[in-house]
Design a protein around this ligand. Structure first.
Ligand SMILES: [Zn+2]
Length: 245
């Protein structure tokens, strides 16, 4: 609809032909694709990407676990007395139920990261997306005995179907404003620099408890936070305080 109006205005303005239409189509498609992948834009879903705060505090969030690497992350966080937020995949919880229970018993926050983290997430129907979210919820309840209203979209992808699914499952979409790119590059120094260079009060940092590499980055990052006197918060502190507003 918007596209139609947008193009008609352009065609009218330029008395153009097919090429104007094509140019419009390409421009519009680019905006939609960009909107789907950039969680900070809030194009389809209003995701929480940071906390409004005056104090030096940041949130560490770990996606795609639990994995074989998660216990060492938990040991390290415990050593530093830091609480984080873990966005867990249902199928991974079933593979590592004890690790999942440990995340909860050690006071970390958990969120829903779908049942299967499908590569085709962006193309699923609303019904299928709701299933992905609800089945992950069931596993979280069965194994962790808790409920969560926190949801993080796999790959940060949102679109109208995902927006509907989030609404119908009463989830709060949680994004980030510091992306470590720890699944893209193997260079630990680069990841560390990316994170520490972009840090602000209230930042939500996206990391993954899926590799030794990210563990090494976390070792340095926790020291950095300590030296710069940053405290940490878990993501539920944002959604809980919003209810009280
Ligand atoms: Zn993920």
């Amino acid at each position: 609809m918007l596209f139609y109006l947008f193009c008609n205005v352009f065609i009218y303005a330029f008395h153009g032909g097919l090429w104007v239409y094509l140019a419009c189509f390409i421009a519009f498609s680019m905006v939609v694709v960009w909107g789907s992948f950039d969680i900070g834009l809030g194009y389809f879903v209003n995701s929480i990407t940071h906390k409004r705060t005056r104090i030096k505090e940041v949130a560490l969030t770990f996606d795609d676990g639990p994995t074989e690497f998660t216990p060492q992350f938990l040991d390290l966080l415990k050593e530093h007395q830091v609480k984080a937020t873990f966005f867990c995949i249902g199928k991974q919880i079933e593979k590592y139920p004890e690790t999942f229970q440990r995340i909860i018993s050690e006071g970390h926050t958990v969120g829903n990261h779908t049942l299967s983290h499908s590569n085709t997430t962006g193309f699923l129907s609303t019904v299928k997306m709701i299933e992905e979210i609800e089945q992950c919820d069931e596993i979280i309840e069965r194994i962790g005995h808790i409920k969560t209203d926190l949801y993080r979209p796999p790959f940060g992808v949102t679109n109208p179907n995902i927006a509907k699914a989030i609404k119908r499952t009463h989830k709060k979409s949680i994004g980030w404003n510091v992306r470590s790119l720890d699944t893209v590059t193997d260079n630990e120094k680069k990841i560390y620099k990316r994170v520490t260079g972009n840090l602000k009060k209230g930042s939500i940092i996206l990391l993954h408890d899926t590799s030794e590499k990210t563990f090494h980055v976390l070792v340095d990052l926790l020291l950095f936070l300590k030296n710069k006197e940053y405290s940490t918060f878990t993501v539920d502190s944002i959604t809980k305080s919003k209810k009280n507003d």
